[in-house]
Design a protein around this ligand. Structure first.
Ligand code: AMP
Length: 404
């Protein structure tokens, strides 16, 4: 990785502004229902504390749209963070201004402060320079460990990073960049991408970027049917984006002219409705009857995909193969997740690009058996699109500082 990381730095005596992703789910009683994001930040926070640095953690939570919303306060997160760190965490009622400055002024080496929700100020999402300056004035050095927010040029992810001499990647960010970056830059081949999810429109830039880069491209999910219609197949009442049919045709042509081999489902699980007790049938992909919807890849497609993947050394997966939220249409997604887990055991590098495929893998309890599950759905998609993420671009490059 080209970016300076927390492991390159001794934080002793330094105040460190750490952008973390504490955007955790809360229930009606303001209780945290899943604290994985807080746990994920612990290695970076502990490293700073163990060095004798001072952690000033900041994050967004939800979409308060620039005003104080009590239900989106980070206060419950401060309590949980204190439990997980086994030390006191002081909560600052605002992320900038006198409230934050007072709390930060009193800090001693090894202390930890959590600032209130950044998005209570609309200046955060506007990447306002004055707001970024106020945040920067609290600390000596900046760490970004919030990969999931790195595709947004916000004050706490982009603007602020440019105001420090050193803006470095946290452990979580480092791991994301190592997996996603290496996968694209120097993959062990054969390299496969599996793309699914609802629509072509959400993944078009990813597909275009990966053609010619991956050896095998496997397509599943709802987007299959726009491609199928482009080929002239009968798609019944399946999800289709009429305005993307020409685009689908162009993609077929581009793939044909490239080194990438396309794997397209040969059968589909169909039903008249999306429900947990739907009556299903399996038909050839070309022949979906009127009024029926294609809602998962069928067993022959699973076999085709398994066979295509079996010799692959690097596999990136984004988007479920079917409407996996409902049991009758979950088999394709499950089979792919299990196949990837087995291939990982056999030495392949498997990377799940956040979002729904990450939830599916977690639901199946296969999380530990895959190489890497990205914490950022949107951010990992933009990475796969070949875009530079603003929050990553703003970090200090090793080449900028020489040996650190
Ligand atoms: P995305 O956010 O684009 O990755 O899409 C994820 C969603 O795609 C999930 O909620 C799935 O239920 C949905 N999906 C997958 N396959 C299909 C399908 N064949 N028809 C309709 N929706 C689908």
């Amino acid at each position: 990785m080209d970016k300076v990381s927390v492991s390159d730095i001794n934080f002793r005596g330094r105040k460190v502004l750490v952008r973390v992703d504490f955007n955790v789910p809360l229930n009606d009683q303001q209780e945290i229902t899943d604290d994985r994001r807080i746990r994920a930040a612990l290695p970076t926070l502990k490293k700073i504390i163990d060095d004798g640095g001072m952690v000033i953690a900041c994050s967004h939570l939800g979409r308060p749209k620039g005003k104080f919303v009590a239900e989106m306060s980070l206060r419950p997160v401060a309590t949980r963070l204190a439990d997980l760190l086994g030390k006191e965490v002081t909560f600052a009622e605002d992320c900038v201004g006198p409230e934050a400055a007072n709390v930060v002024d009193k800090m001693q080496p090894g202390d930890c402060v959590l600032l209130e929700n950044l998005r209570f100020h609309k200046a955060e999402t506007e990447n306002d320079e004055e707001f970024a300056k106020k945040l920067a004035s609290l600390a000596d050095i900046y760490v970004n460990d919030a990969f999931g927010s790195a595709h947004r040029a916000h004050a706490s992810t982009e603007g602020v990073a440019r105001l420090f001499n050193q803006a470095v990647a946290g452990f979580l960010m480092e791991k994301e960049l190592a997996y996603l970056g290496d996968a694209l830059a120097e993959p062990k081949r054969p390299f496969a991408a599996i793309l699914g999810g609802a629509k072509i429109s959400g993944k078009i830039d990813v597909i275009e970027n990966l053609i010619g880069k991956v050896d095998k491209l496997l397509i599943g999910g709802g987007m299959v049917f726009t491609f199928a219609k482009a080929r002239g197949y009968a798609i019944g009442d399946s999800l289709v984006e009429e305005d993307r049919i020409d685009m689908a045709k162009q993609i077929f042509e581009k793939v044909n002219d490239s080194s990438t081999k396309l794997y397209f489902p040969v059968d589909a699980v169909i039903a008249a409705e999306i429900s947990d007790n739907a009556q299903t049938d399996t038909v050839d992909i070309e022949e979906i009857p009127d009024a029926m919807k294609g809602l998962d890849i069928g067993p022959r497609s699973v076999e085709l995909f398994r066979d295509a993947l079996k010799d692959c050394k690097t596999i990136v997966w984004n988007g479920p193969m079917g409407v996996f939220e409902h049991e009758p249409f979950a088999a394709g997604t499950k089979a792919i997740a299990e196949t990837l887990a087995d291939l990982t055991d056999g030495g392949a590098t498997t990377i799940i690009g956040g979002g729904d495929s990450a939830s599916a893998v977690k639901q199946l309890g296969l999380e530990e058996r895959l190489s890497h599950i990205s914490t950022g759905g949107g951010a990992s998609l933009e990475f796969l699109e070949g875009k530079e993420l603003p929050g990553v671009a703003a970090l200090t490059a090793k080449s900028q500082v020489g040996a650190v």
